[in-house]
Each structure stands twice: as C-alpha cells, then as structure tokens.
Design a protein around this ligand. Sequence first.
Ligand SMILES: *Cc1c(COP(=O)(O)O)cnc(C)c1O
Length: 225
Amino acid sequence: MVKDNIVKIKERVALVCSKANRDLSDIKIVAVSKGRGIEDMKEAVACGLTDIGENRVQEAIAKYNELRTGEPANRRTIEWHMIGHLQANKVKDAVRIFDLIQSVDSLSLASEINKEAQKINKVQDILVEIKTSPEITKFGLKPEEAPEVIKEISGFNNLNIKGLMTIAPLVSNTDYARPYFRLLKELRAKINDSWHLSMGMTDDFEVAIEEGADIIRIGRGIFEG
Ligand SMILES: *Cc1c(COP(=O)(O)O)cnc(C)c1O
C-alpha cells in the first residue's frame, strides 16, 4: 500500500514539476511518519524515501533506535527531520537524533538548540518556521519580525540556517493556499535566495511546488488510503 501511494505521489510531483518548469531532482519529499508504524516506515525507506519527518521527540527516538538496528543499508541513508513544535526540555534529545530541525519558531528555542549542539560539538542544521497565516497556525515567527530575529539566530555558532518552513491553513480549494507559500518565497528573497523552502503537504504540495517549494512534507498521501 505504502509503495503504491509513493508511486502516485512521485507521479504527481513529476507532473507538477514539468508543468511548472521545476527540476524534479530539486524536490525533496519528506515522509511524515508521525503516528505510523515502523513497518510502513521501512517500506517508505525501501522505496527511496530516506527523509523521515516526525513531530514528537520521544516517538522519533523510539523509531530512530528501531530503524538503526535494522539493515545497515537502511540506517545509513535515513535523514531525520523534526517538524513539530519543540519544547525546551526536549531540545537535548532532539539535537542528538535530528539532521534538520525544521520548526525553529523563536529566538529562545534557537538559543537552546545552539547550547545543546555546542555541548556535543555539532553544528545543527535548522529551518526557521514562519507563521504565514496569523489566524491558523500557532507557531512560527511573524513575517514582519522574521528578518531581525533571523539575523540574531545567524549569530549562533552551532546553528546552520538552511531555509524557511511554513504550514499553510487548511482550505477548501488548494489555490487559496498559494498566497501563504508566495509570502514565504518573498521573505526568502529578502534574506537569502539560496535557502530552502519547506512548504506543502498532502493536500497542497502541488501549489507549493509551483510557488517554489523544494522540500515537501507528505504524511497521509504516503501512509493512508
Ligand atoms: C502532519 C504534518 C505534515 C503532513 O501532513 P499530511 O497532510 O498528512 O501530508 C506536514 N507538516 C507538518 C508540520 C505536519 O505536522
């Protein structure tokens, strides 16, 4: 089932790339496996989706440990993405396992991650989460405060900012999500045009790719149906 779903998702990604004149090889699909079982995750990895997204640290650690004991070929290639709100008391564990923390939503969290990364001599890759729709999502920097805060985050020696992330509101027509994605792209243009844009989920990834996403986060489209 997971395998068939992935084939379909990849076809849709390829189609929108060709329509939107985007390079297919530029798009990274993160398989969002929160709440899913380890067997389904193994199937996704076997299908070549080696980027795994989780939103809770404890759940991620359990899965991380389980997948690490599997085939060497599997564990070598997996990259772990933290995509949920990170509490200060979970930062230490998060820094230990995640390759990319996509949900850095405040200066104080960035500071905490920097501190823990320093302790283990790691430079932690992060994305800064932006609240592109004030009414819907709870977490993220406001677009108007983002440039200033990001400048401060850039000063942390053990953080490497790789880009921006956003969650668009749920809308009845995915075209309505477009302004939020566009806003993230415009913000990037003001700060660093080489940065990644993590935006787009099962229902809206096509519009996100049209608007410049190069990291999409797919859960239901891979693990359900
Ligand atoms: C759950 C989740 C996703 C995946 O959502 P689907 O609609 O299942 O594709 C993507 N990003 C974040 C931040 C999530 O929490």
